[in-house]
Ligand binder design. Structure first.
Ligand code: G6Q
Length: 543
């Protein structure tokens, strides 16, 4: 990317634009909002409050063109092995392919397999909801516990919460992820084994934390149920690994499969989404898939400068690589999107937190930013101070529904007003003159006004995107998630990295094994630095 003509032009352009204030860009151009916003179904993407002009966008699109983005998008949808280090396709788009188009992997159309698992999920969900699926005492199921971590937890957890207004009465879905025994214990404390089903969600079925929690849940269950034959009615597996599922003691008939071409953090659309379907029903889950598919169709066909994930991805590159922004804030003004920042943190940071290009060289520019956030308005009473007056440039994505599922009226209007006010304030800021006029109106004397004015000035010119939609429905949730997934791919492509592997996560999985053995056994330690060895010995003495 840094060797393209467009990159050089962008560097020069950045020098010119970095002194411009968005206030002036708006006042010079009454059509700015109309031109720098895009609509997709009921989603409005306003990107006019960014430090860009039409020329910036043209150059950024040229950069994408010179990096072969359109070809790379085509390669993903065609099932090519774009995950180069693991030699796999990245085909989460197949899981939500609502068209009749086949998608091939190694010459096989994978769509019949995808549909077969959806049918299997529907049959199971219907049985649980109708009460036909009974526990070992003959009672219907009221609680579902998803045991999984990382990609096998964050997506379903976020989506189940997002779809709260659609939850089926009589079924409550819980999540256990942490190996800290508190997580499992707190969850089990409110459950009855007779009416609980456990979904053991693990792509590999080899993740230490998930297996330990699954064994813990099984022991708890068997204390009440006694005989292992009852496990079949209370434990199902969501996995790619049939042998390990069988070894754990789950009947492969109770396994909902998916495939190695589904990355963990892209897997909520697969059998890993069973908890979403159990919470909200299979029809709602399919609406979520349909939303994701609609965004896929847009991504693969819209021209670069009208393509939401592309524009969003390019804006991110503009800030990371030209303004030096190290972080990206995600602020949903929707309580039910509380877990969205955590979900996107994994999606983005695990995908693009890389420093090696696909051909094995060191990247020569910054890559993925630190992604973080909290829902508004809560964030306003916490970290927004730094967004407004801190020394760092932090682009913000605001997300807000126009209507609530709950009582219409003042609450939601206050929420919406706050969201719009924050976008505006970040962009406009407050000048010295404005601060002084305000204080004069408040009756402060001139000495106090002069003393306080520097503290009450807001520089403004702080960029944000606004994603505004009608209501938080399964379909719009699918659209939003797919939008971010593709934005991440756009950025990874331009940076020349592989967005679909996660060697940093694999490292964590290997490291703890040796230390666990050393903590539990006496004897010589393997080779550690003095700090780690000292800590292991200290822990041994005190365990
Ligand atoms: C996601 C990562 C990682 C993974 C977890 C759980 O893309 O690979 O977060 O999802 O480590 O892995 P399993 O699903 O195999 O248990």
């Amino acid at each position: 990317m840094t060797h393209t003509q467009a990159w050089q032009e962008l560097k020069e352009h950045h020098r010119q634009i970095s002194t411009k204030h968005m206030r002036d860009l708006f006042s010079q151009d009454p059509q700015r909002f109309e031109r720098l916003s895009l609509s997709f179904e009921d989603l409005l993407f306003d990107y006019s409050k960014n430090r860009i002009t039409d020329h910036t966008l043209r150059l950024l699109c040229a950069l994408a063109g010179q990096c072969g983005l359109e070809d790379k998008i085509g390669r993903m949808f065609a099932g090519e092995r774009i995950n180069c280090t693991e030699q796999r396709p990245a085909l989460h788009v197949a899981l939500r392919n609502r068209s009749s188009r086949p998608i091939h992997v190694d010459g096989e159309d994978i769509m019949p397999r995808v549909h077969a698992v959806l049918d299997q999920m529907r049959a199971f969900v219907d049985k649980v909801h109708s009460g036909a699926w009974r526990g070992f005492t003959g009672e219907p199921i009221c609680d579902v516990v998803n045991i999984g971590i990382g990609g096998s937890d964050l997506g379903p957890r976020m989506a189940v919460q997002a779809l709260t207004p659609y939850h089926k009465p009589g079924i409550k879905v819980h999540f256990v992820s942490n190996i800290d025994p508190a997580d499992l214990a707190d969850t089990l404390a409110v459950l009855r084994p007779e009416t609980t089903i456990f979904l053991i969600a693990s792509k590999t079925f080899g993740t230490q934390e998930t297996l330990a929690n699954a064994h813990g849940a099984r022991d708890w269950f068997l204390q009440a149920a006694g005989e292992t034959k009852h496990v079949a009615r209370h434990f199902v597996a969501l996995s790619t690994n049939r042998e390990r599922v069988r070894d754990f003691g789950i009947d492969p008939a109770n396994m909902f499969p998916f495939w190695d071409w589904v990355g963990g953090r892209y897997s909520l659309w697969s059998a890993i989404g069973l908890s979403i379907a159990l919470a909200a029903g299979m029809d709602r889950f399919e609406e979520l898939l349909a939303g994701g598919h609609a965004m896929d169709e847009h991504f693969r066909s819209a021209p670069l400068d009208r393509n939401l994930p592309v524009v969003m991805g390019l804006l991110g590159i503009w800030y990371v690589n030209f303004f030096g922004a190290a972080t990206q804030a995600i602020v949903p003004y929707a309580q039910h999107l509380q877990r969205l920042p955590a979900y996107l943190q994994q999606a983005d940071m695990e995908s693009n937190g890389k420093a090696t290009t696909c051909d094995g060289r060191a990247v020569c520019c910054d890559t993925g930013p630190v992604v973080w956030g909290e829902p508004g308005t809560n964030g306003q009473h916490a970290f927004f101070q730094l967004l407004h007056q801190g020394t760092r440039l932090i682009p913000v994505d605001f997300l807000v529904p126009m209507h609530s599922h709950y009582a219409p009226g003042e609450h939601h209007n206050i929420l919406l007003a706050n969201c719009l006010a924050q976008c505006e304030a970040l962009m406009r800021g407050r000048t010295d003159a404005e601060a002084r006029i305000q204080m004069e109106a408040q009756g402060l004397d001139q000495a106090d006004i002069s003393r306080l004015a520097p503290h009450r000035v807001f520089p403004g010119n702080r960029p944000s995107n606004l994603l505004m939609f009608d209501k938080l429905t399964p379909r719009i949730l699918g659209i939003l998630i797919a939008l971010y997934e593709h934005k991440i791919y756009v950025q990874g492509t331009l940076w020349g990295i592989n967005s679909f592997d996660q060697w940093g996560v694999e490292l964590g999985k290997q490291l703890a094994g040796t230390i666990l053995t050393e903590l539990q056994e006496d004897g010589a330690l393997s080779e550690h630095d003095a700090s780690t060895a000292g800590l292991i010995r200290h822990a041994r003495r005190n365990l």
